[in-house]
Design a protein around this ligand. Structure first.
Ligand SMILES: Cc1cc2nc3c(=O)[nH]c(=O)nc-3n(C[C@H](O)[C@H](O)[C@H](O)COP(=O)(O)O)c2cc1C
Length: 366
């Protein structure tokens, strides 16, 4: 298995842990993955809802994000650590600045197109930053636009792309109609993306690794998608049912109790579809019930809190803390495959073992 090379950054294993908000991947999970030789990712989204006074949400967000980065660094001093920051949140610019100030190894930018330098960071700092940038996108079209704008406006390219297919968990970059019928295979999207990237790699003399995400659960899945051209994988769901995952045990148990039919697509107030484990909360919202909101902080750029049936940030924070009566668990399409709680080293050992088995099988039949 080849290490993942992103510029001067080398991860021993091409395994990136998916950043999972709110409060699912913090310093505990991220540092455990980094210690195993993968890339551990803290989710910055809504982090301030997990503790303290919600009235100071913005300040809390920043304080807790910094604290989690420092904690993760202590727990994995030699590991590679990153953050997932959603473009759709109103404090994206501040969280991005903190990631650079704290010299995180990599920032993965999800839920939106990242086409302008945040005003909290100056152009020079942005262009020459030690922190690597990896936009998370779901189509070759979005990758093409991103490359064109970065080339023309910034004179530099993203350091990597995360390409997330329709089987992933959380908010999804697809229309609901694209998620309920036949799903577009991730390997096809990866091949299309590689074609779009190639001329830019030539122009800049720089390799831009493609990290595939969505529905990768075993080392066999990993091998298949890397055969299709991915340089690495990004795995979320599989890491939820680990001891080190930062969510409450009741959140993890939602995955263990779920059967395949419990994994459903919901309409999120963010304006994107999301994938989650169905529960009474989701059923009541689907039946038309609304949960009263008094929004103090306007965390999402796209959310009109007067119109949405519930507060998604609060529902996800409640779930992370184990209160599934007032929230629900986001989950990838494979969440129902979990049968027990494992440790991160156990998951790594299995992924690597299965990958090597798949590799051997492929050699025998070729
Ligand atoms: C519980 C959960 C929460 C997630 N939260 C976020 C998030 O806040 N931001 C984001 O960009 N992606 C989020 N994701 C997506 C993951 O980072 C990852 O790309 C995806 O889960 C990969 O698919 P998999 O779960 O099938 O492995 C979330 C996924 C899950 C399962």
């Amino acid at each position: 298995m080849k290490p993942l090379q992103i510029g001067n950054l080398t991860a021993r294993y091409p395994i990136v842990q998916g950043g999972m908000g709110v409060g699912i991947s913090l310093s505990g999970l991220a540092s455990a993955v980094a210690r195993q030789g993968g890339i551990g990712v803290i989710s910055a989204v809504g982090i301030g809802l997990l503790e303290g006074n919600n009235k100071n949400y913005r300040a809390n967000n920043q304080k807790l994000f910094e604290r989690e980065i420092k904690k993760a660094r202590k727990l994995a001093p030699d590991g590679i650590l990153g953050a997932n920051i959603m473009f759709a949140v109103t404090d994206f610019d501040d969280m991005f600045r903190i990631a650079l100030e704290q010299s995180l190894d990599i920032v993965i930018i999800g839920a939106g197109l990242f086409l302008k330098i945040p005003p909290t960071v100056d152009k020079d700092q942005f262009i020459h930053s030690k922190t690597k940038y990896a936009p998370k996108l779901s189509s070759a079209r979005a990758v093409k636009l991103t490359l064109k704008v970065w080339d023309e406006k910034f004179g530099r390219l993203p350091d990597a792309f995360v390409i997330e297919g329709p089987k992933a968990g959380g908010h999804l970059g697809f229309k609901k109609s694209e998620l309920t019928g036949e799903l577009k295979p991730l390997d096809q999207i990866i091949k299309e993306v590689k074609q779009v990237i190639s001329p830019y790699e030539d122009k800049y003399g720089q390799a831009i690794p493609v990290i595939a995400a969505g529905g990768i659960y075993t080392g066999y899945d990993m091998f298949d998608i890397m055969q299709a051209g991915a340089d690495a994988v990004k795995i979320g769901t599989r890491f939820v049912t680990t001891e080190e995952c930062d969510a409450d045990i009741r959140f993890k148990q939602e995955f263990i109790r779920a059967s395949e039919k419990d994994i459903v697509i919901i309409d999120s107030p963010v304006g994107l579809p999301g994938r989650a484990v169905e529960n009474d909360f989701i059923r009541s919202v689907n039946a038309g019930e609304t949960k009263p909101i008094k929004c103090e902080w306007r965390c999402l750029k796209t959310c009109d809190w007067r119109k949405v049936p519930y507060c998604i940030a609060q529902a996800l924070a409640n779930a992370a803390k184990g209160n599934l009566d007032e929230g629900f668990a986001f989950a990838g399409s494979n969440a129902y495959r979990a049968t027990k709680i494992e440790t991160v080293p156990e998951v790594f050992a299995q992924l690597i073992d299965e990958y090597h088995k798949a590799q051997k099988n492929a050699a025998v039949y070729s």
